[in-house]
Write a protein that binds this ligand. Structure first.
Ligand code: ADP
Ligand code: MG
Ligand code: ZN
Length: 630
């Protein structure tokens, strides 16, 4: 169910009522032509048709004043004034070549004139009528096949929709939360407002900014807000609009889009769902991707071909940055990524406040309670929740939306969501909390681990929660100690689950995969296993036709393979034992941490430290910016 329609970008393809208007015109024209066809000739004369033999009789009887012969085959007859039928013109067809006719007419002194019908416009139209109808039909088929719009006949036009000062402007105030994303986009806004200020300083402004986030987190909304804040034109196009049935169309649409943008600088060009065109090239089996690749190539060319000095900034959104062609992410293209994150409990409340402002609320409403009770919902889900609640209230003929309406709406949505991916039962939430607490806690008792940034049980992608660490400075290489600790942290979830439930969940899949990968890299590539020494075992190559699948080439003996496996297993076992030891001795802290996670969903470093009874971090250590340290 779509939420508040005013918030949605009307999709460029759905230009209301257009197809039906075309259909109407088409049918009216056809009907007129048909009518003309069946009544043709009627207009030429309202003459009364008579038999040829009658005509000859009139001639014999000297009643005919004059005749006009058309094309040798039809005759208009005008009788003399003194006859009974005077004034009524008549016509007849000449049924056979009558060589004697002229002689008779001349003998009776009848005025004879001839006429050639020639080619009348009507006749041309009538000749072409069947073709016209035929083509019209085919055209319809095309349009219907494509489902909407008049795509088939606007080949290369970008059809980008332009939004400028139309209706209510969307600004950052319409976007709740998302502080980090807004902060990063402020710069883009400032630049668009006053490009000279930046170019004078010689500052390089990013050409392309990629908004990355789960569906419904407000990427499209954010892009519109940037345009609204800056007060510039906004061209919106979805990646799938580029991908068409005709080869070369996508590429020319890209060209057209950038052309439009350049003409109306300063402006924002927004490409939604970039992954539809931007997938890694050459990643498919066989052909069939040429069109998309051409489009992508054109996009790359266009992005290289202009300067952000021109005042055009390209925004794009995707929820699959991992499948994007690496060329798109290189400097000078989408070299900046802004993460649009799933909202946490506070942000959900803020989003609720924005959307609930549009509906009449009852006095019993406690939006913070609604926020608490909607874990895992995106901004779009929340907008939908408010809308559904209003619908429930309306169905019950109530004047205001009350708490029970929200409850009902939430159940409906969660049940709906449950069918796709997310039902979070209380037991599952608790298990997730234990799992994440396991990861989080280990950060504090390992020597080489990065500090914890935050731990959350807000579902994220396919995982139900996560524990994020924050490196104190950018690292380009890692020490063995760091990697070993990382593996220990990976096992934290699995161990914690076993400790409290004596069983483990499928949620550990990624952790185990990561740990194993790292251990394997340690042995095979980084020379970190004493027994095997600094030797590279196996080669990675990347066959084009397999896309990103990496195939490992075995260039060592069976015996070495066994030794590698043994070394890997040893590393993993060591890490597991270490994790087990730490978590067992801090069982209480682990449980407290899990309880706090259930209550608050997200905990940052300081909060975790307080729960575990550790001293707060000193300032210098808490500031990750390298510049603050001398
Ligand atoms: P995406 O493009 O990331 O899939 P959208 O921008 O289409 O998400 O978001 C859909 C709707 O969800 C928006 O129109 C808005 O009503 C609501 N929404 C999402 N995030 C927010 C937010 N942070 N604040 C307010 N509304 C939001
Ligand atoms: Mg979107
Ligand atoms: Zn985990």
């Amino acid at each position: 169910m779509p939420n508040n329609q005013n918030d949605k970008l009307p999709h460029p393809n759905l230009q209301g009522g257009r197809p039906s208007r075309f259909a109407l015109v088409f049918f009216v024209v056809t009907a007129v032509l048909f009518t003309a066809y069946f009544f043709r000739g009627e207009g030429r004369s309202s003459a009364k048709p008579i038999r040829y033999s009658d005509f000859l009789r009139y001639v014999e009887q000297n009643q005919v004043e004059s005749v006009t012969i058309h094309d040798n085959n039809s005759v208009d007859i005008f009788l003399k004034g003194n006859t009974g039928s005077a004034g009524i013109p008549m016509k007849t067809l000449i049924p056979y070549q009558d060589p004697g006719l002229m002689g008779v007419l001349r003998e009776k002194n009848i005025n004879v004139s001839g006429a050639v019908s020639g080619i009348s416009p009507w006749r041309v139209i009538l000749e072409f009528l069947p073709w016209f109808i035929g083509f019209g039909f085919i055209w319809f088929m095309f349009r219907n096949m494509q489902g909407s719009g008049n795509k088939a006949f606007q080949f290369g036009k970008s059809r980008a929709k332009r939004y400028q000062d139309e209706g209510k402007k969307i600004t950052f105030n319409d976007v709740a939360g998302q502080r980090d994303a807004k902060y990063e986009l402020e710069e883009v806004v400032a630049f668009l407002k006053n490009p000279q200020k930046f170019t004078k300083m010689g500052a390089r402004i990013p050409k392309g900014v990629l908004l990355v986030g789960m569906p419904g987190t407000g990427k499209t909304l954010m892009a519109r807000a940037v345009a609204g804040e800056a007060g510039v034109a906004f061209f919106h196009m979805s990646g799938s609009d580029f991908v068409e049935m005709f080869v070369g169309v996508g590429a020319s649409r890209v060209r057209d889009l950038f052309e439009q943008g350049r003409r109306s600088a300063p402006c924002i060009i927004f490409i939604d769902e970039l992954d539809a065109v931007g997938r890694t090239r050459g990643a498919g089996y066989g052909g069939g991707h040429d069109e998309r690749e051409q489009t992508l190539n054109q996009l790359l060319v266009e992005m290289d071909g202009f300067d952000s000095k021109d005042g055009v900034i390209i925004l794009a959104a995707t929820n699959r940055p991992d499948v994007l062609d690496p060329a798109l992410l290189r400097p000078g293209r989408f070299d900046r990524q802004v993460v649009v994150a799933m909202p946490d409990i506070k942000e959900r409340e803020a989003i609720l406040n924005i959307h609930a402002a549009k509906i009449p609320l009852g006095k019993d409403i406690d939006l913070s309670r609604v926020a608490r009770a909607s874990p895992g919902m995106s901004g779009a889900d929340i907008a939908n929740l408010v809308n559904e609640a209003a619908l429930f209230a309306a169905r019950k003929d109530k004047a205001e939306v009350g708490m029970p309406d929200f409850e009902e709406a939430r159940d409906k949505i969660l049940m709906g969501v449950a069918r796709t991916t997310l039902v979070i039962s209380d037991k599952e939430r608790r298990m997730t909390a234990i799992h994440e607490a396991g990861h989080a806690l280990l950060h504090y008792y390992l020597k080489n681990a990065d500090p914890l940034h935050k731990v959350t049980v807000v579902p994220h992608g396919r995982s139900l929660g996560m524990a994020m660490s924050l490196p104190e400075e950018d690292a380009y290489s890692r020490t063995r100690g760091w990697i070993e600790d990382r593996i220990v942290i990976c096992y934290g979830g699995w161990i914690a689950e076993r400790l409290f439930y004596n069983e483990t969940t499928t949620g550990t899949k990624q952790d185990i995969q990561q740990a194993t990968d790292m251990a394997r890299h340690m042995v095979c590539e980084w020379g970190m296993a004493e027994e095997l020494g600094p030797v590279a075992y196996g080669q990675e190559d990347e066959p084009i036709f397999l896309g990103k699948e990496i195939a490992r080439h075995k260039d060592y003996s069976e015996d070495t393979a066994r030794r590698i496996d043994k070394a890997v297993t040893e590393i993993l076992n060591r890490a597991r034992d270490l994790a087990q030891g730490i978590l067992e001795s801090h069982r209480e802290g682990l449980e407290k941490l899990a309880d706090a996670l259930i209550a608050k969903e997200t905990l940052v470093d300081d909060e975790v430290r307080a729960i575990l009874g550790l001293p707060p971090r000193t300032d210098s250590a808490a500031a990750p910016a390298a510049g603050l340290k001398s």
